[in-house]
Ligand binder design. Sequence first.
Ligand SMILES: [Zn+2]
Length: 105
Amino acid sequence: MRPIIHMILHFVLPAAIAKGYYPRTFLRAWLIMMATMLIDLDHLLADPIYDPARCSIGFHPLHHYSVILVYALAAAWSKTRLIGIGLLIHVFLDGIDCLWMNYEV
Ligand SMILES: [Zn+2]
């Protein structure tokens, strides 16, 4: 159930942000934030590519703490704000997933 809820949140949370903060350009804002899911391509470098019991934060190169700082900087600059917000939402949700997997029985 956890992976399904996690995936749904990857679509719903950016939609909620786009609806709340970019109502006139909702679709554009949501699509830009959806495009940031491409950072999951770094999973292709791992073996196995997908491991439901692995925390992606700090493991995959584009989910590393140092690049999360770059995402925060991107969110602070108006021209890259949506990309930065999308990336921060992504790593935030992945982080929540890491916490959740530790408390799962
Ligand atoms: Zn991810």
